[in-house]
Design a protein around this ligand. Structure first.
Ligand SMILES: [Zn+2]
Length: 344
């Protein structure tokens, strides 16, 4: 029998689930998409006949003792709570072709027969939005279990679940979570709160922490001159006079802090991440090999995720205050340089 990976076994409201995921640290395992299932048995109409914690223990017994698996699916989404089963930071067992590269999300119900109602659907969309946002995965990558060529579950997650509708709802949810790059006129109510102030002294002397340093990244300048007062994708405006940067994918509030070093001067400055860009909006290159997508797009003259063909290969945008702190002269909002950076 395979070594059992253990379960989390806790149920969360959608808001608490978002908070929980923000506490997780990712290991070497890198899921690339989510596979959606329905539990089939139990049906949604049966689910609440047993307390959720007991359900988790019963499912653990089923996967570990009866099936001899090393793990199970990652989530069970009911009409009230999102239950975490197999830890989200390790691979599960749910879809034979895709266990190594995907999260498995079980929607509680038998959707060949039961109606796919708004309670399970909306909790599922919320859970998927958290996972996709966390790893910078686009909604279009979503797969249904029945699409796995090796599965025997040829109907999962059931005929009453419309994949195009689910993806559209996921896209809308993700847009609400992370408005696009440099998008003006956004509803401030959509802003993700980030009440941490900018650091009082911009220049920080110190060595890199090592490991997570992204080196020789082309940096461009933004938010100065004619762009002064530009809106931030995270809400509010970008402050040209504060050490702020943009990175090309949405980041949760607790990761929006980086340390940048000029390759030319060796100076360090600590910065708040306060926009999404340049060029791309879903490029988590810090998770994927450390090189910005814009480098390949610029070389091959292909479109970036913002729809433009990049005019340079920048992977970070920096305010005039950052260029000043790094000791790089030049006309405001036109400077381009190379930096090393790391998350703080
Ligand atoms: Zn399935």
């Amino acid at each position: 029998m395979a070594d059992w990976k253990g379960i989390v076994g806790r149920g969360f409201t959608p808001g608490a689930f978002r908070t929980y995921v923000a506490t997780l640290a990712f290991s070497a395992w890198r899921p690339q998409f989510v596979v959606v299932h329905n539990t089939s048995a139990p049906r949604l109409s049966e689910w609440h006949s047993t307390p959720g914690e007991q359900r988790m223990r019963n499912l653990e017994s089923y996967c570990r003792d009866q099936q001899g698996w090393s793990a199970g699916p990652h989530l069970f989404v009911a009409d009230d709570l999102i239950w975490v089963f197999t830890p989200l930071t390790t691979s599960g067992v749910h879809s034979p072709s895709w266990n190594a590269v995907s999260w498995g999300v079980e929607m509680v119900g038998e959707y060949e027969e039961e109606p796919f109602g708004p309670a399970v659907r909306d909790n599922t969309v919320d859970a998927l939005a958290v996972l996709h946002g966390w790893r910078g995965i686009s909604a279009e990558t979503l797969r249904f279990h029945k699409e796995d060529p090796l599965t025997t579950h040829k109907t999962c997650p059931g005929r009453n679940v419309d994949k195009a509708d689910l993806i559209a709802r996921l896209q809308a949810r993700m847009r609400a979570d992370a408005p696009g790059e440099h998008l003006p006129g956004r509803d401030p109510g959509d802003a993700t709160p980030d009440d941490r102030a900018d650091p009082p002294a911009p220049v920080v002397q110190g060595p890199a922490a090592g490991g997570g340093l992204f080196t020789t990244i082309t940096a461009t300048e933004f938010a100065g001159g004619p762009e002064s007062g530009m809106p931030s994708a995270y809400g509010g405006t970008v402050d040209a006079n504060a050490p702020q940067v943009a990175l090309p994918a949405w980041l949760p509030a607790e990761r929006r802090r980086v340390r940048v070093r000029s390759v030319a001067t060796g100076q360090w400055v600590e910065c708040r991440v306060n926009d999404i860009g340049p060029w791309n909006t879903r490029d988590v290159y810090w998770e994927n090999g450390g090189r910005p997508l814009a480098e390949v797009q610029y070389r091959n003259r292909t479109s970036a995720q913002n729809g433009s063909v990049p005019e340079n290969d920048a992977g970070i945008d920096m305010t005039p205050a950052v260029f000043a702190a790094l000791g790089i002269p030049g006309p405001v909002n036109e400077r381009q340089t190379h930096v090393d950076w790391e998350f703080v």
